[in-house]
Ligand binder design. Sequence first.
Ligand code: SF4
Length: 415
Amino acid sequence: MKSGQNAPFLSRVTRHASRVMDMTIRRRTRTIHKGAVPIGSGYPISVQSMTTTPTADVAATVAQTHELEALGCEIIRVAVPDRAAAEAIAAIRREIRIPLVADIHFSHRLALAAIEAGADAIRINPGNLKKPEHVREVVLAALDRGIPIRIGVNSGSIRPRNGLQVASVVGTRGSRVPGGPVPTDEPSVATTQGTDEPSVATTQEEADLAALMVERTMEYVHQFEDWGFRDIILSLKASDVLSTVEAYRAVAARCDYPLHLGVTAAGPPGIGTIKSAIALGILLNEGIGDTVRVSLTGPPHKEVEVAYDILASLGLRERRHPEIISCPTCGRCEIDLLALVEQVEEALRGAPPSLTVAVMGCVVNGPGEAADADIGVAGGKGVGYLFRKGKLLREVPADRLAEELAAEIAKLSTP
Ligand code: SF4
């Protein structure tokens, strides 16, 4: 960091971000209701997650849903791998407040059972239901119940497996309504499966993958519309950022259905958060996206927290927790900043989300940035300088910094 410039810099960034978002025009969509939650351009971008419990275990699924709801989860999705799971939906539904989406693969009977059990919406990939008439049956049941369907086309359902080739969209356009594997006798791009050699065709392959996802999705959309069904939300998730962004951009230009954003199988929280933040950040900043699910390997509460962090970073939703501004430290730092940050994190539990606390390693930049926060500290030699609302409060011995900062946080947290 350069000396003396960061206090105004941070506030400039904040102001700049809000101006940028003010100028971002959200893509106009129709509004779809998942239970009581409206999804579409006129409404806040909602946050959803998926339970990791066996759905048939009603008590565990209800408990996890309540935990996620407390963190701000607004829509919950449950897997429906078997009839017991489908039947459990009725009991789960009675015990939770937020809308429940049933996630179904391969079996139209399970989709019908989930609808019958009272799911507020279902998610299917029509391509993995066996027959077009099965898809039609599910669509008509949803129409009858007045619930929406998310058409969720993932790259995994499009991408070739076991040496099959990626089929060019040119060869598949209009020929696949709905479902079934990509015909291998159609034109194809380079195949990288089964070889360790890096492929120069990767970019083209990813572009084709995104285009194929869009083509497939639009075929399903048109088929649903032909059946009189327009209560549709779309998702086109790839596990890589560029394909995901490309697919959502393209589909956003071709219809007015709300979009559920996500990167599929994004990975564990570290890399998964990065991939999700980049993909969703790009799209949301372009006004694309109406509801989000961050997909992370691990406890689902992290998904909800990351989703809100992404949305709050773009000024699209309120923060769910206080913000800590802390420096990376460098050779100028003369206090144990890492320990202090951990103590501040602890002190901030339950504090108002609007609170901003700065924890800076030295007085070179520290006072400027600390002055910009609600409360802040800048380290010195054996001491720290406490600031509150831009004013120097006092110098504090280093061994009392955490305690005094926690006391100031408590004062600010008291209404
Ligand atoms: Fe910046 Fe922190 Fe280094 Fe001070 S200690 S110059 S605030 S990185």
